[in-house]
Each structure stands twice: as C-alpha cells, then as structure tokens.
Design a protein around this ligand. Structure first.
Ligand SMILES: Nc1ncnc2c1ncn2[C@@H]1O[C@H](COP(=O)(O)OP(=O)(O)O)[C@@H](O)[C@H]1O
Ligand SMILES: [Mg+2]
Length: 377
C-alpha cells in the first residue's frame, strides 16, 4: 500500500469542507484551509499569524485558554483526538455560530502544533430546535384534544341516558295504553332506544380511551376462574353469533386455573374481540375462544375463519380510531386500542395474527392467580 504524497494530502486537507486550522504553541494560526475560510469568512492571509482568539467570541476567551493549556499539559498522546466538543465560533462579520470541534496535538520539527477540526452545526441545531418545538406543540395539541374528548363524552352521557330512560318509559306506557297508537309508538321508541344505546356505547369508549391515555383507567383485579370469564362472554355474544349465522364456541379446559382479572373489563375485551370476529366472518363459518396455560400465564385467544387482515394493515389495528374500512355500522375503531389498554393495565400482553381470506387470531395473557397468592403473602 502506498501512502498519498504530501502534495496530495495537502490538497485533501485544503479541500475538506470542515475547517482545519493549525496553531503553534503561542496560539498563532499557521494554517487555515478553504473550509475554514468558508465557515469563518476570512481569507487565509487575513488570519495567518493571528491569535486563535480572533475566531472565538470574547466571553469564551478565558475558558478557551484554560482548555488549551490543560490540553497542552495533558498526557494525551500526540495525534490522539480529543472528544468532539460543542463550541461557539465567531465569523468575520461578527456573527456567532454553533460548532463542533476536536483538537489534536502533533509533534512538528519546532515543537508541538495543534490542529483544530471544526464543523458548523448551526443548521443541524436549528433543525433539532424546530423539531423539539414541533414535538412540544404536537403533545400540547394531543393533550388538548384528549381533554376535550373527556369533557364532551362526560357531558354527553347525561342527556343520552335521559333519552334512553324516556324511550323505555314510552315503551312501557305504550304497552299499557291505547291499542290504536301502540304499534307506531312502540316502533319509534325502539328506534330511539337503539340509537341512544349506540351513542352511549360510543361515549363509553371515548371515555375509556381518554382514561387509558391519561393512565387513569380504573381496574379492580381479582382472582377469577378462566373458564368463567370465557363462559360469560360466550353467553352474552351467543345471540349476536346466531343473528350472523356463525357458530360460536369455547375450547377451555374446566381445570384451567384462576387468573388475575377485572370481570367487567375482561367481559368488555372478550365481547369486543368476539364482536370483531363475528363482523368479519361470513355466515356458516366459525368463531371460538381458547384458553391455554403457559405458567405463570394463561393465554386467551379468539379465533375466526373470516376475511383476515392484510400484512400492510396489521400493524395499525391497535391504533386509536383505526379501521381497515370506515363503517358506520358499528364502532369507531377504538375497540382494540381499549382492549390493549385494559390488558396492559392488568399486566398482560395482547397481539394479533391474521392471514388474508383465512382468518384472524387475537390473543392476550393474564397472570395465574395461584402464583400471586404465593408471591404476595
Ligand atoms: N377479527 C378481525 N378480522 C378482520 N379484521 C379485523 C378483526 N378485528 C379487527 N379487525 C380490523 O381492525 C379494525 C379495528 O378494530 P376495533 O379497534 O375493534 O374497531 P372497530 O370494531 O370499531 O372497527 C376493524 O375495523 C377491522 O378493520
Ligand atoms: Mg371492535
């Protein structure tokens, strides 16, 4: 391997876009490359023989001298680079700029020389600054939206509940009242009741999402038999499965141990998962719930043989408000994100596996209760 000639090296150094500046023991500039000329705005003859201080804002002079003196007396071997450090440079036009610099000591014929390599990072800094500002703004906006969401959902619940109660009352009155108005009134009241229930479910979801986001989802964990959790879900979802013409079953060994769960919240998770499975599974197909022991965890999964999800879409299903296709039939794309909030809140994991036109499996884990009894005396 042949070394580049001195002439070639000089060309490389001169053409480097970083500033390369050499100073002697008296801190006088002995070399100033094109990069330095460009960054500082001086031509080489203007600075040769001048003190390095010329390139540093006055308020840093003392600190800089101390730094160089320490470096000169340090035992750092010649040619070894010091860490790249943050400094402030001073241009010919008196403007300052942020830079990163390193200094190295080389032994010249007439004593040690110092080579400073310096890069103008003011653009990078400005960019980082802008990014930080944008991030803070974004976080503020998200917080504001969540606060609003919480407020609106909270205030919507009362009127919606009033509609629900009144619709139920009308239904009851109609049943006992005038036979001639009965069918129409009942029909209207049914529609009102259904609409109000849908609204209530959406509001409940929005409230849950805002609570999860704020880390304030109330949970009451307690030991519960795995089979019981599944049985409850099965019972609630059976009528919906029937209306879809989908067979819904459970494959849970009755001896599966108790887990640490919040019964209402796990019912919510399972009915959302089964609800999704039923929505995306054609008539005549099957949906089933499984529970497997993998001590110290029990893994629950909801299987379907439905449409499946494309690999491109799969990473987004747990995002808030995400739906493969916007549907106004049910849900707002909050279900899976709430499920994740609940399961994570109970210390478990939730994940999804899916194959297009084959089916989907959503699984989550809960801790076995027996183990808790052992570890918490
Ligand atoms: N079992 C499933 N099969 C196919 N797609 C599913 C399944 N479960 C969820 N998805 C997809 O994930 C989206 C988000 O689900 P979810 O968060 O429960 O919201 P929503 O039920 O309101 O649509 C669904 O809209 C659908 O696109
Ligand atoms: Mg859903």
């Amino acid at each position: 391997m042949s070394h580049p000639s001195d002439a070639l090296l000089a060309q490389i150094v001169s053409a480097a876009s970083d500033a390369i500046i050499c100073v002697d023991q008296k801190q006088q500039i002995t070399f100033f490359n094109d990069g330095a000329a460009h960054i500082f705005g001086y031509d080489e003859p203007e600075v040769l023989g001048q003190k390095l201080d010329k390139l540093i804002p006055r308020r840093f002079h003392t600190a800089h001298r101390t730094h160089v003196r320490n470096f000169a007396h340090s035992l750092v071997p010649a040619r070894r680079m010091a860490e790249r450090s943050r400094v402030t440079g001073l241009r010919k036009d008196a403007t300052e700029f942020a830079a990163e610099a390193s200094i190295s000591k080389v032994m010249g014929a007439s004593g040690p020389l110092y080579a400073v390599i310096l890069r103008d990072v003011s653009d990078e800094r400005a960019e980082a600054h802008t990014n930080e500002r944008l991030l803070a703004e974004m976080q503020r906006a998200v917080r504001a939206r969540d606060d609003l969401l919480g407020l609106v959902s909270h205030d919507l619940r009362n009127p919606v509940n009033a509609v629900r109660m009144l619709a139920s009352a009308i239904l009851r009155t109609a049943r006992d009242g005038d036979a001639s108005v009965l069918p129409q009134v009942s029909e209207h009241a049914e529609v009102m009741l259904q609409a109000a229930s849908q609204m209530d479910a959406l509001i409940q979801d929005l409230l849950d999402v805002t609570r999860i986001e704020a880390g304030r989802l109330p949970l009451s964990p307690q030991p519960l038999p795995a089979a019981q959790l599944v049985a409850v879900a099965l019972e609630t979802m059976q009528p919906i499965a029937e209306s879809h013409g989908v067979r819904l079953s459970s494959r849970v060994d009755p001896s599966t141990p108790a887990v640490i769960a919040d019964p209402d919240r796990i019912a919510q998770v399972l009915s959302n998962l089964v609800g999704n499975a039923l929505r995306f599974t054609p008539e005549g197909h099957e949906v089933w719930i499984e529970a497997r022991v993998e001590a110290p965890l029990v893994t629950f999964s909801v299987h379907d043989t439905g449409s499946g999800i494309t690999p491109e879409e799969l990473p987004f299903v747990f995002d808030r408000f995400w739906q493969a296709k916007r549907t106004n039939r049910s849900g707002a794309g909050l279900g899976l994100s709430i499920c994740r909030g609940i399961i994570n809140g109970l210390g478990g994991q939730i994940w999804i596996e899916s194959e297009l036109r084959t089916g989907t499996v959503v699984s989550f884990t809960l801790r076995m209760a027996a183990l808790d009894a052992v570890t918490t005396p």
